[in-house]
Design a protein around this ligand. Structure first.
Ligand SMILES: [Ca+2]
Ligand SMILES: [Ca+2]
Length: 473
């Protein structure tokens, strides 16, 4: 088991929601408080240290700190800098020239989390760092949130009956797809607020996970029902289980009960998901990774880690894709003769065709951004819908598990796990299909929707490879 070396600092949202009335049954076992660290502030926007050629498209004009989205902008974690270097040898020179100290490192890879010492501000160092020889990426460490936490979308109590019979699975033709297979043998990692490990909806479905918030092996949900994202991970995991009942779920806690984490923790968790035992020779990693979270700040380090997860070929000299340092040997070994993971990411709840939520909008191969649709077959009013998104899945008024029972929730966070579960159904039938091809298949097989260029997830078409209806319904 890889255990990260340093504690993570989380920023707590001040907005508390008086939401959820909840009665804890005997099988609910929470009580842990997931909070850590103090309030931290205000480093705007991620910055890439070099030109960035993305795999699928060149993304222009991401949201930057200070833009008009300030109420929802994601500040960086205070005084921290993430760097990706060309070689490990480049680090000592940086540490001697700048007021920086090493907090942690990604295994043997030349990717580091650094702390700024003294009164210097991280954002003042970034432009200089980016110009140093051997520095491929220098950026801050932006907060990551569940999109529902960012928009204060709470859940309402639901029932087990609502869970097993609801509109979403019907709209994506799930029952018919499951007659062809239920996802056996596939591992789906859920990087979220943790899960209720004792929830009946997840019984027999869970693999060992990890808690990157508290750094322990117990990824139970933290906090209490009054906190805006308490239950988020359990809800998401329940929807994966609904879509792929025979798949196994690896719960990894990266967000606290307020739905907040940061980019470094997310990157560490992604690496854990693809290789939980830290041995590239053993095939124990997730085939599908669900990210019902994000940030308005783009980060090159997360892009690099997504490429590692998807086994995207290295690209020497490219800020994100360069893996020429020997520190990436394990990544090459893991990908040799195996296919990469597919990463499914919520597109965000900003009701915008302009705003991009990252990492969903990173534009990497093997990454599927997911918008939310509603029961009328339209894009949900809260969902992002820009041209960088192709796929929508049911995400409005979905019932799933929460600690202590069931709840109905709306968000792109709920749409993503239905896509992840469908990806598991496809992966079970085609174990050698690459993450890149699987992502493409989910999008290409989707059904036309009226009034939008987005297409709706069709589980049957995804599994069979047929093209779904081109006529909107
Ligand atoms: Ca824990
Ligand atoms: Ca392994």
């Amino acid at each position: 088991m890889k255990v990260p070396a340093s504690p993570v600092r989380l920023r707590l949202l001040s907005a508390a929601l008086a939401s959820c009335l909840i009665v804890a049954p005997a099988w609910a076992k929470n009580g842990e408080d997931g909070r850590g660290g103090g309030p931290k502030v205000s480093v705007p926007g991620g910055k890439l240290g070099g030109p960035r050629a993305t795999a699928r498209e060149t993304i222009k004009g991401g949201i930057k700190g200070g833009d008009t989205v300030s109420p929802t902008a994601d500040a960086g974690t205070s005084g921290e800098v993430l760097v990706k270097l060309a070689t490990t040898q480049a680090l000592p020179a940086l540490l001697s020239k700048y007021p920086l100290t090493l907090l942690s490192r990604f295994g043997a890879r030349p990717i580091y989390r650094l702390k700024v010492i003294g009164n210097v501000r991280a954002q003042d160092l970034l432009p200089q760092l980016a110009l140093e020889p051997g520095v491929l990426i220098a950026e801050d460490n932006p907060l990551q949130r569940s999109p529902e936490a960012r928009k204060n979308v709470a859940w309402a109590i639901g029932t087990q009956q609502d869970y097993v019979a609801q509109w979403g699975p019907q709209a994506m033709r799930l029952a018919e797809a499951q007659r062809l297979g239920a996802g056996a043998g596939v591992r789906v990692a859920v990087l979220d607020t943790g899960v209720d490990l004792g929830h009946p909806a997840l019984a027999g479905r869970l693999l060992p996970g990890f808690d990157f918030v508290d750094f322990d092996a117990d990824p139970s949900e933290g906090g209490t029902a009054g906190q805006p994202s308490h239950g988020h991970g359990t809800h998401v995991a329940g929807l994966v289980a609904l879509a792929a009942p025979a798949a196994k779920i690896m719960p990894i806690r990266v967000l606290d009960a307020d739905g907040v984490g940061n980019a470094w923790v997310l990157a560490e968790a992604l690496l854990h998901a693809i290789d939980p035992d830290g041995n590239p020779a053993t095939d124990d990693g997730a085939h599908v990774i669900n990210l019902s979270l994000g940030s308005l700040s783009r980060t090159g380090v997360l892009g690099a880690v997504l490429q590692i997860a998807a086994c995207t070929p290295a690209l020497a000299g490219d800020a994100v894709g360069d893996r020429s340092d020997p520190g990436y040997a394990d990544d090459e070994a893991r990908c040799t003769g195996r296919v990469g993971a597919v990463v499914v990411a919520a597109a965000g709840n900003d009701a915008s065709s302009e705003i991009r939520q990252y990492p969903a909008a990173e534009g990497e191969y093997g990454l599927v951004p997911v918008a939310a649709s509603n029961a009328a077959g339209r894009v949900a009013g809260f969902s992002n819908s820009g041209g960088w998104i192709e796929l929508a899945a049911p995400g409005e008024g979905l019932t799933s598990a929460v600690p202590g029972g069931y709840a109905t929730w709306s968000g792109t966070s709920m749409a993503a796990p239905l896509v992840s579960g469908t990806a598991a159904l496809v992966r079970a039938r085609f174990p050698t299909m690459s993450g890149k091809d699987l992502a493409r298949r989910l999008e290409d097989s989707a059904a036309a929707m009226c009034g939008t260029k987005l297409r709706q997830l069709d589980a049957v078409a995804a599994v069979t490879g047929a093209r779904a209806s081109a006529v909107c319904r």
